[in-house]
Ligand binder design. Structure first.
Ligand code: NAD
Length: 246
């Protein structure tokens, strides 16, 4: 198992789900973790459980707040971009404001975070950025995921572009494409269909392994990509999807 001792990681949307599991897993490997979320109380609760985790409120839609937080943080070696939002619907259901919100939170927020963090990483001559995309992106289509899939595909494009631009500067940038993962917002989406059990069965059926992933199973890939075990790997989109994309 690798050690992340001596590295500082900033994680967005660390209040619950994949972001929270990632913050915990990075800290368990020795990293100092700045766990951020728009829900400041959630990251404070997380921080209370680990001396290596600090909680900071951060809305990733707020460029000024991102600049202020990154500016006042110690040098970062790891950035995990996890904030995201699912618009449920086809192109017929998708209004301009839905499209804009999906791209603002899923794609532009990562642009803002990476733009704020990269100068410091370039100064150090090293850094690893891990972007949480989705298998529903350029990798695979899924019903009622029009704006979501388009915005998640943009993450893979940004990831490859940054990897190409900074590959000679010690910066790596990779994306993870989760399948269906059992998180608080997934449960809300299942409930919002009006028939939780039916939706749960349908979402489970599309996972060839017959089950959802856990946030911890995604966090394992976050840790691999964040640390030096993956030193020869950049610009890739890794499916951790229970076989959905086979
Ligand atoms: P989640 O959706 O349950 O939690 C999201 C977190 O984001 C919450 O703590 C929320 O407070 C925070 N958040 C919302 N708006 C924010 C903002 N503007 N600024 C900062 N934080 C904000 O978590 P999840 O389901 O594990 O999803 C995390 C990421 O993984 C998302 O990008 C999602 O698209 C992606 N993903 C999830 C699944 C899945 O099935 N759960 C599958 C593929 C990809």
């Amino acid at each position: 198992q690798q050690s992340l001792q001596g590295k500082t990681a900033l994680v967005t949307a660390a209040g619950q789900g994949i972001g929270r599991a990632s913050a915990e897993a990075l800290a368990a490997l020795g990293a100092t973790v700045i766990a951020t979320d728009i829900d400041g109380a959630a990251v404070d609760r997380l921080a209370a459980g680990s001396e290596r985790i600090t909680g900071q409120p951060l809305d990733v839609l707020d460029a000024a707040a991102i600049g202020a937080l990154v500016g006042s943080s110690p040098p970062l070696q790891i950035l995990v971009n996890c904030a995201g939002w699912v618009h449920d619907g086809t192109i017929i259901d998708c209004g301009e404001s839905d499209w804009d919100r999906a791209f603002d939170l899923n794609a532009k927020a990562m642009f803002r975070m990476m733009k704020a963090v990269l100068p410091g990483m370039l100064e150090q001559g090293s850094g690893s950025i891990v972007n949480i995309a989705s298998i529903v992106s350029s990798q695979k289509g899924a019903p009622r995921r029009f704006a979501y899939g388009a915005s998640k595909a943009a993450i893979i494009g940004m990831t490859k572009s940054i990897a190409a631009d900074f590959v000679a500067d010690g910066i790596r940038c990779n994306a993870i494409c989760p399948g269906t993962v059992d998180s608080p917002s997934l449960k809300e989406r299942l409930a919002a269909t009006g028939d939780f059990d039916k939706a749960h069965a349908a979402f489970t059926a599309r996972q060839p392994m017959g089950r959802f992933g856990t946030p911890q199973e995604i966090a394992e890939m976050v840790c691999y990509l964040a640390g030096d075990l993956s030193a020869f790997t950049t610009g890739q989109a890794f499916a951790v999807d229970g076989g959905w994309s086979i």
